[in-house]
Design a protein around this ligand. Sequence first.
Ligand code: SF4
Ligand code: SF4
Length: 310
Amino acid sequence: MEKTEELKNKAKELGIILIKITDTEDISFTSESIPDYFKKFIPKSAIVAIQNYNFDEVSPSPLYGINAPFVRSNYYKELKKKLEKLSKYIKNNYNGNSYISCNGSIREKILARKAGIGSYGKNQIISNEKYGSYIIIGLIITDIEFEKDRPSEMFDPFCKNCNLCVKHCPTGVINLDGTFTKEKCLQYMGQNAELKEEQIKFWDNRFYGCEICQKVCPKNKNIPRRTDFPENGKIGSSVYLPEIIFLSDDEIKQKFRGSQLALSWVEPEALIKNALIALSKTEEGKKFVVEFIENGRENMRDIAEKILLF
Ligand code: SF4
Ligand code: SF4
């Protein structure tokens, strides 16, 4: 189908590293409310796009907490801007309607697998043959019919004889049979304000996120390395922790405005909790936890005490 090829060429021209297309039968939403715009047309194609990101190593420094690579810039915003241009192209050339979802209300991984982007690893992350799992996924749902790509296998055959992520996951979330207890994942614990002992035990010097299961994955060896950080929502590879723990919710929102840490499901108090745990790991950092117990926000002083005494 000529127009599919034209669309893929246009995506390339816009700097999108890969798009694949699938049908819209398996669309499901992350919340019960279906986006209004989506009700205005009959979806015929799901265009799945990926963007790779920089995953450079960071040298630890006692008062700085490390950000997982996927949040160091707002890669979703970067991809969304490109998808907006692609959506405009669909409008101008085929008079098509589109709905864009980038870390939004549509479950992206289901469509990515079906479009042939890649398969699920035991760590529940989609991995692409060329770019590995250091990718984010965005979508355009449109009422234009494009030629569909072949689906990837549901589970990555490579995982069959590999259990590296199962072995190295600090909290033991990943099971041998491929099941996964989300609530025990450090990534999940780091976005919720509730304090869990397992987080204190395994959090180390992180500020946000965990990537161990990606770092150890053999499918991420020899993938193309991206070396730049887009300016969109850039927070860098680490954050000065003593500053964070004394900020108000509004100041935290302001500091991380436009970044992935400003998303609605990341609780400001979770970020303070993360910073306190990371500070408690070094003698230098502990002094700030003590100061927080004396002068920090009152409703979190008992959490800080628990962290310090753990
Ligand atoms: S580390 Fe091994 S088992 Fe885990 S996702 Fe990667 S290939 Fe699969
Ligand atoms: S992100 Fe970390 S805690 Fe979560 S599954 Fe991967 S290695 Fe385990």
